[in-house]
Design a protein around this ligand. Structure first.
Ligand code: PEP
Ligand code: MN
Length: 341
C-alpha cells in the first residue's frame, strides 16, 4: 500500500501515520520526495482496509500496489532509481558499460584488462573470483587473492568492482573489497543469500535465473529491497530455450517489460546470453536500442587461453569498437555513454 501525504502534511502527521502502519503489522518504507512524502506500507495488506489510513490527518490518497513485488514496482516509485558508487553513476539517463574477464586469472591479466576497458569507456570492472562452474573439476576461481588483484586494478583505473558472490560464507570477506555484488543466474532464488545481501549497503547486480520468469526476477529483487538495500541493478543474461545455436536465448523483450514494470536500472549481458564472441556486439546494440540502461561484457586479452568463457569473451580492441557503436545508438535515443571522472 502507498500512503501519499498532502504536500503540507506536518512531520508529526507523518510520524502518526508511520505509527499506525507499524501497529497494523506492516513494514514502513519512507520516501521523502520534493513533491510529496510517500509512506510505503509493505506486508500482508490484502485484509487491511485502506480506510484505516485514509482517515488520518495529513493523508491525501491511499493506493494499493497491485503487483506482487511492491518496492521494485513502478507503481511504488515512478522515477528511475539512480545511485553513485565511487565515481560511477548506475541508472539514470546515461548508458553504462561494465566489462572485464569472466574470471580473475592473475594479477597481470586483471590489471591489463582493467586498463584496456577503462580506456575503451567502461564504468566498472567485472571479474569472478568464485565461479559457479557446471563441473566440480573446472577452475573454481582465485578467491581472496583475486580480489586483492582487483583492488589493485581499481586503484590504478578508478573503476568500481563488480564481483559475484556465491554464498553467505563469502560475504564478510568480500565486503572489504567489492563495490557491487553480482548475484549469478544460478543463485537468483537463493533466498537466504538475497536476504543477507539485503542487509548490507553494498550495491547488487542481480542476474535473471536460467529459467526464471521476469516476475520471479522482480520478486528476487524484492527480497533485497525489503531488507533496506535500495541499490539494485537487474540483468537479463539469456534464458534456456530449445534453441541450441547459441548458449542461451537473449530475451530482448525483458528490457522494455522490465523498464515498464520497475524503476530499477536494467542491464543486459550479451556475453552469457549468446555465448559466442561473434554475436556479442549485435546483441549489445540491440539491448541499447531496446532501452537498456547498460551492459555487462566479458573481455579478455587472450580469449583462446582464458580459463573460463573464452569463447564469448571479446578482445579489448573489439570491445572498444562495440562501445563506440552502442554509444552511437544511445545518442539516437537521446542518451549518452556514461563516463567516470
Ligand atoms: C558470469 O558472469 O561469469 C556468470 C557466471 O554469469 P551467469 O550467472 O549469468 O551465468
Ligand atoms: Mn562468465
Amino acid at each position: 500500500m502507498m500512503i501519499i501525504m498532502h504536500n503540507n502534511a506536518t512531520p508529526a502527521q507523518v510520524e502518526n501515520v508511520i505509527k499506525h502502519v507499524k501497529d497494523a503489522g506492516l513494514a514502513v518504507h519512507l520516501s521523502q520526495g520534493v513533491e510529496a512524502t510517500i509512506i510505503g506500507a509493505v506486508g500482508e495488506t490484502h485484509n487491511i482496509a485502506t480506510e484505516i489510513f485514509e482517515i488520518l490527518d495529513g493523508v491525501d490518497i491511499v493506493k494499493r500496489i497491485t503487483q506482487p513485488y511492491k518496492l521494485a514496482s513502478r507503481q511504488f516509485q515512478p522515477l528511475n532509481t539512480q545511485f553513485t558508487i565511487r565515481k560511477t553513476i548506475f541508472g539514470g539517463e546515461d548508458v553504462g558499460v561494465i566489462a572485464g574477464p569472466c574470471s580473475v586469472e592473475s594479477r597481470s591479466q586483471i590489471i591489463e584488462t582493467a586498463i584496456a576497458v577503462k580506456e575503451a569507456g567502461a564504468i566498472a570492472l567485472r571479474g569472478g573470483v568464485f565461479k559457479p562452474r557446471t563441473s566440480p573439476y573446472a577452475f573454481q576461481g582465485m578467491g581472496e587473492e583475486g580480489l586483492k588483484y582487483m583492488a589493485e586494478a581499481r586503484e590504478i583505473t578508478g573503476l568500481p568492482l563488480v564481483v559475484e558472490i556465491m554464498s553467505q560464507t563469502q560475504l564478510e570477506m568480500m565486503l572489504d573489497y567489492v563495490d557491487v555484488f553480482q548475484i549469478g543466474a544460478r543463485n537468483m532464488q537463493n533466498f537466504n543469500l538475497l536476504r543477507s545481501i539485503g542487509e548490507t549497503t553494498t550495491a547488487v547486480l542481480l542476474k535473471r535465473g536460467l529459467s526464471a520468469t521476469i516476475e520471479e526476477l522482480l520478486m528476487s529483487a524484492e527480497y533485497i529491497l525489503s531488507g533496506g538495500n535500495k541499490n539494485v541493478i537487474l540483468c537479463e543474461r539469456g534464458i534456456r530455450t530449445y534453441e541450441n545455436s547459441t548458449r542461451n536465448t537473449t530475451d530482448i523483450n525483458a528490457v522494455p517489460v522490465l523498464k515498464s514494470h520497475t524503476h530499477l536500472p536494467v542491464f543486459l549481458d550479451p556475453s552469457h546470453s549468446t555465448g559466442l564472441a561473434d554475436y556479442v556486439t549485435s546483441i549489445a546494440r540491440a539491448a541499447i536500442a531496446a532501452g537498456a540502461d547498460g551492459l555487462i561484457i566479458e573481455v579478455h586479452p587472450d580469449p583462446s587461453n582464458a580459463v573460463s568463457d573464452g569463447k564469448q569473451s571479446l578482445k579489448p580492441e573489439k570491445f572498444a569498437k562495440m562501445v563506440k557503436e552502442v554509444g552511437q545508438i544511445a545518442q539516437i535515443l537521446g542518451r549518452n555513454l556514461a563516463t567516470i571522472q
